[in-house]
Design a protein. Structure first.
Length: 88
C-alpha cells in the first residue's frame, strides 16, 4: 500500500486545511516502486520547490493556504518541471 500513515484527521475533515504533501509523496513512492524513478524524483523536486518558495503553506506549516492550493502549487511545479525536461 502507498498511503500516508498519519490517519484520517477527522477533526479537520472537509475544512480544506489538510496538508496534502504526504499523500502526494506516497504517489511518488508508488511510482518509484513501479520503476518510474524519473517521475518520482520529479514529484519530490516539485514538493521541495513549493516549500522553498514559501508562498503556499497550509496552516500546519504556518500559512493560510488550502489543501487545494497546496496541491495545485505542487502540480503546477511538476508540470513546469516536466516541460523544462522535455525541452532539453
Amino acid at each position: 500500500m502507498f498511503e500516508p500513515v498519519h490517519g484520517s484527521a477527522p477533526d479537520i475533515a472537509g475544512k480544506g486545511i489538510a496538508n496534502p504533501i504526504a499523500q502526494i509523496w506516497s504517489a511518488a513512492l508508488m511510482l518509484e516502486h513501479l520503476g518510474r524513478k524519473d517521475l518520482a524524483a520529479g514529484i519530490l523536486e516539485s514538493i521541495e520547490q513549493v516549500l522553498v518558495q514559501n508562498e503556499v503553506r497550509t496552516p500546519d506549516l504556518g500559512g493560510s493556504s488550502t489543501t487545494s492550493e497546496m496541491g495545485s502549487a505542487i502540480c503546477d511545479a511538476l508540470q513546469h518541471l516536466l516541460l523544462v525536461r522535455e525541452d532539453r
